[in-house]
Design a protein around this ligand. Structure first.
Ligand code: DLL
Length: 437
């Protein structure tokens, strides 16, 4: 497909490095003061780190600030890290957390307008204009994907079809009938849609799609090629996380060689995940993000746990924002299964409250027909094992229901004999990921 680089906000996206850095430091200082004043946890952290808002004079002072991590959000659930009074919060989003409590983010009206701008930039980079019909098959709800893409596409004046995820045959029917040209969904769902179309005997030239804005889970170049063949589109990677903004943090342009970070809204660092020391440009490490300029819930030096590299090589599209390369892994044990973040500790928290099972379990993740599957193998107690088969079945159902409500996705529960799962002498291994992404 032709590479015509469209840019939503040239002044912002092609800003000189010098002007960008001046803007970043201005916003950083304002955000540090805001959080110091309004978020008790943050004030205490800064005091322990012996740093005051007035100590932050230029960008190199960023490294003096303490890190924030997911457990901090959990410990201050639901509103403890908000920097605005609740009367100014107009939207809450969230994703699954480590204990069944969602990780929440709050947005003021001004935040929503900024997020909208970030998503308008994202979809424009993907090639969208007001002539596009945008089918949004990211989930709508607490998840940021659906509404995030929705408001960005509306901002650029495209026609939005808010399908939400699932109902594959209907998605394909609507795509054909409404002549959708841009698809927004997870890469695994795009693959599934493509395979289903092929099974229905549809070839790419029979559907009008031209581009797909895909993200929310790890994927590979091989998957890109496959999706592009099946759907006849340019498949573009987009990145974000609930805690920082949602989608719109970073996006590829049609060059498809790394995602431009919306650096006027988000300052990016790469750190060594063990020592937490900042690493030079080009090094592989953990991405740490600061959402400067946000009102509702800005975060400074937030550990994403996503492993990648940054590059400041110029891009032919003309944007001056640095790019992050594909996420190649995580520095914690979070899994993304069907776009949902799952932590082994969530499984454990369910099991400890169910009589008849032990805390020995194994998550087996696989990809069947381009859709992720999750099997949870759970060891039952000796007493339960010698009991009637009927009670075992009821137990399996009970675990399945509790897992669904805690993890947000369904899993196949397999009850296994006592002492049959592998034991380890070091850290126990709770995950077997068979997906070849
Ligand atoms: O997944 C936001 C989003 C929605 C991004 C739609 C892109 C498109 P969370 O549910 O909070 O937010 O999950 C964030 O998902 O830390 C990564 O580990 C992973 N992730 C998101 N985008 C990508 C991507 C949304 N393009 C977590 N490649 C992040 C790899 C991704 N992993």
């Amino acid at each position: 497909m032709e590479k015509k680089h469209l840019i939503w906000n040239r002044n912002a996206e092609c800003i000189s490095r010098e002007d960008l850095e001046a803007l970043q430091i201005h916003k950083l200082r304002a955000t540090v003061s805001r959080m110091y004043e309004n978020v008790p946890m943050y004030r205490e952290r800064m005091q322990s780190a012996r740093v005051k808002p007035e100590d932050i004079k230029d960008l190199s002072d960023l490294k003096r600030l303490p890190f924030i991590d997911k457990p901090d959000l959990r410990d201050h659930y639901p509103y403890g890290l908000f920097s605005s009074p609740m009367k100014d919060i107009v939207r809450i989003h969230g994703s699954s957390g480590t204990t069944g409590r969602p990780v929440l983010a709050g947005y003021t009206n001004k935040d929503l307008k900024l997020w909208c701008e970030m998503m308008a930039r994202t979809l424009t980079a993907v090639g969208a204009t007001q002539d596009d019909v945008v089918q949004i098959a990211y989930g709508y709800g607490l998840f940021t994907g659906g509404l995030g893409a929705h408001q960005g596409a509306t901002e650029i004046g495209a026609t939005v079809v808010p399908m939400s995820a699932g109902n594959t045959q209907r998605q394909i029917m609507m795509m054909r009938d409404l002549q959708a040209t841009l698809l927004c969904c997870t890469p695994s769902y795009a693959l599934y849609l493509g395979e289903t179309m092929a099974e229905m005997g549809l070839t790419p030239d029979q559907i009008p799609l031209r581009r797909a804005a895909l993200g929310a889970e790890p994927w590979s170049e091989e998957m890109r090629v496959r999706i592009e063949q099946l759907l006849g589109v340019d498949a573009i990677d987009i990145y974000g996380l609930t805690e920082i903004w949602g989608p719109g943090v970073a996006f590829e342009c049609l060059e498809k060689h790394g995602m431009h970070i919306n650096e006027d809204q988000v300052i990016a660092e790469i750190v060594d995940p063990d020592t937490l020391e900042p690493l030079p440009m080009g090094s592989k490490g953990e991405l740490v993000l600061s959402s400067v300029g946000k009102e509702g819930m800005p975060l400074l030096r937030y550990r994403t746990h996503d492993i990648c590299t940054l590059t400041d090589e110029p891009c032919p599209c003309g944007r001056s924002f640095v790019r992050m390369n594909r996420i190649t892994g995580r520095s914690d044990d979070m899994l993304v299964i069907r776009g949902v973040n799952v932590f082994p500790s969530q499984v454990e928290s369910v099991l400890v409250n169910i009589p008849g099972v032990t805390p020995h379990y194994l998550l087996v993740v696989d990809r069947v027909d381009s859709s992720d599957t999750l099997e949870i193998r759970v060891e039952v107690t000796e007493e339960m094992f010698s009991d009637m088969i009927g009670s075992m079945q009821a137990l399996g159902r009970q675990i399945g229901e509790k897992m669904k409500s805690t993890l947000g996705i369904s899993a196949k529960i397999v009850l296994v004999e006592p002492k049959s799962l592998p034991r380890s002498e070091g850290k126990s291994k709770h995950v077997q990921d068979n997906r070849k992404i």
